[in-house]
Ligand binder design. Structure first.
Ligand code: FAD
Ligand code: FES
Length: 265
């Protein structure tokens, strides 16, 4: 059951030129959270921007009653969010969306994050480690400074490989090259991914060549976040005359099977 609630900002720290880590005290909400869900955040103190912005739950700690958001500054909303100070309140709605489907987990799992797309995957990785799964994380970024969470991942019992577009850390090139190499080398039974649309499209083509299940988390533009405005619709393959039907990323997703979703540029 989602709530609209004000949480206290405990920290809002700049990590690099564009990314921030915001820690919220939300004991009333934290027990309901599943990895892959998101909060709809009122970024500024006033009415501009009017619409909330969807930000994934990056980490949560039920003992401390805390939820962490990891966000990249793009435009008006996230610029205002970056100015919110510790000690002040933040108005959020959540938890929203269905999150990752963990009902039939395999033992060997690949987690692939492109840029800020790693944000919803950290809580997932922590959950998989808690469940004693064998996890390999592949992380991509434009350059070294934008690689997120490597220090935290190195402390967990997971494998970690990184790729940067400019070669300043890890393998040079796209993270999808690392995915191909890893899938050629080892037998993975399940993949979770979040990142830019071209990366997710490349992940989709792997579904066709390997017998593998991939769940992808989509970042559609959203209005209400609760299924009322239809601004977040995406196409999902079905057997009807058109070959697809629309689903709402906010309530039916944001996580979908890569084999079923149709990604538009
Ligand atoms: C379910 C979900 C979870 C998300 N989780 C995170 C997260 O954990 N961390 C994070 O940094 N971002 C996340 N996003 C993206 C985030 O919502 C957008 O970056 C934000 O809405 C931009 O708002 P703005 O006012 O700063 O920029 P705007 O001025 O609204 O937009 C600036 C630019 O950002 C891009 N943009 C705007 N909204 C979206 C959107 N919803 N999805 C993708 N691109 C967008 C557009 O290219 C636009 O030109 C998530 C999006 C969704 C749908
Ligand atoms: S954002 Fe309004 S229906 Fe999804």
């Amino acid at each position: 059951m989602s709530k609209q609630i004000e949480g206290e900002i405990l920290a809002n720290k700049q990590l690099n030129e564009s990314d921030y880590r915001l820690v919220l005290s939300l004991p009333e909400l934290v027990d309901e959270i599943k990895s892959g869900q998101f909060l709809h955040v009122k970024c500024g103190p006033g009415l501009d921007p009017l619409l909330r912005r969807p930000i994934s739950v990056h980490q949560y700690n039920q003992d401390r009653g805390e939820i962490v958001l990891l966000y990249r500054v793009f435009g008006k909303g996230t610029k205002q969010l970056a100015k919110r100070e510790a000690g002040k309140k933040l108005d959020v709605m959540g938890p929203l969306g269905n999150g990752f489907d963990l009902t039939e987990l395999e033992n060997k799992i690949l987690v692939v994050g492109g840029g800020i797309g790693f944000a919803p995957l950290m809580a997932l990785v922590e959950k998989l480690v808690e469940l004693n799964k064998e996890v390999m994380v592949l992380l991509g970024a434009r350059r070294k400074e934008q690689l997120l969470c490597t220090d935290k991942l190195e402390k967990l019992s997971v494998g970690l490989k990184v790729a940067t577009n400019d070669g300043s850390a890890g393998q040079k090139g796209y993270v999808t090259r690392l995915v191909e190499q890893e899938l050629d080398k080892d037998k993975y039974e399940q993949v979770f991914a979040c990142g830019p649309t071209p990366m997710l499209k490349a992940m989709q083509s792997l579904v066709n060549t390997k017998d593998i299940e991939i769940q992808v988390s989509l970042e559609e533009r959203m209005g209400c976040g609760t299924g009322a405005c239809l601004s977040c619709v995406c196409k999902v393959k079905v057997e009807n005359d058109e070959g697809f039907e629309y689903r709402k990323a906010c309530t039916d997703g944001p996580v979908f099977e890569a084999s079923e979703v149709i990604l538009d540029e």
